[in-house]
Design a protein around this ligand. Sequence first.
Ligand code: PLP
Length: 362
Amino acid sequence: MGPSRQRRCSSSERPRRHALGPHLEAQDRHALADDRENPLLAVDVNFRGRKLTVYAKCEHANLTGSIKDRMELHIVKSAYAQGTLQPGQRIVEATTGNTGISFAALGSALGHPVTIFMPDWMSEERKNLVRSYGADLVLVSKTQGGFRDAIGMAEAFAQNENVFLPKQFSNHANIDAHQATTGPEISQQPALLDLSADAFVAGVGTGGTVMGVGRYLRSENANVRVYPAEPLESPTLSTGSRNGEHCIQGISDDFVPPILNLLELDPVTAISGADAIAMARRLARVGLAVGISSGCNLLAALRVKEELDRDATVATVFANDNKKYLSTDLVREEPARPEHLTRHVEVLGFSTVWRCSIESWS
Ligand SMILES: Cc1ncc(COP(=O)(O)O)c(C=O)c1O
């Protein structure tokens, strides 16, 4: 691991606890802090014979272990503020996993029953996590129509009941969450190393991350490049419609998400699922046990570095860790294929960067 890249925080910087709304202040059952900052990882690699560093937000440090906690908290806060979510009201969402886990946890903490519509081909860990927080899980099979139909089923369910639909794919509060939190962190944490992001790249699920971080970084510097990434086997963004199966759970659903505006972004980067798995497995060997989309994002970041300038500061996100994928191909040993980018990557180690930390990790 590299040298410590941290500093201690002053007492005024220390996180404070906040409740979400008036009726919740009395409960304060949930240790949700407004300061949601998590570490930035500086991942050192040898790529095609040259030492490079890629910066990645460590999103498994969030409450339920994924980047979706940021979006879900922001949507719930906004809905309380607008009066569209009432105490005790049921929350219903269609999701491929992480969002469902986030809403299931927050719903339990805040006294909202939760119903999650999820494709039945998602990992068993995702399904069981949703159930473990006490949410109702409705599994939707491919013969019932796939993920797009899961969204339709959630909306149909909402017509008959008094429920709150977060609508992560079309709710602009999803983008706002990343513009308000992830973006500023990706700006401020590299600044501690006297760096500023030249580019950001992220796999697209709803598009909230790439849109929100991109907008924030470009509000500071209009020249920042912002690249969406997608699975090579399912080039939904490049072609406009889904046309293949892929294994990078959490990104690339059946359609181009309504909140994603490709015209605001740089060209799409495509990474194969097998390559993403190989990269995620390699990261685990230095102690970074990340999910498949994190392997995809690291490779996409290296591609961007190659395209721009190898000294460019390129940031991405590690959306979650590997624990939701232990029943998937992520843990299966596969021979490296000649076309894999991972064959040219040696992970040398990593260090953590915090805006403020009381204890040093390294
Ligand atoms: C594992 C994983 N990676 C990446 C993403 C993409 O994030 P976004 O929905 O903000 O595009 C998701 C979204 O669910 C995810 O679950």
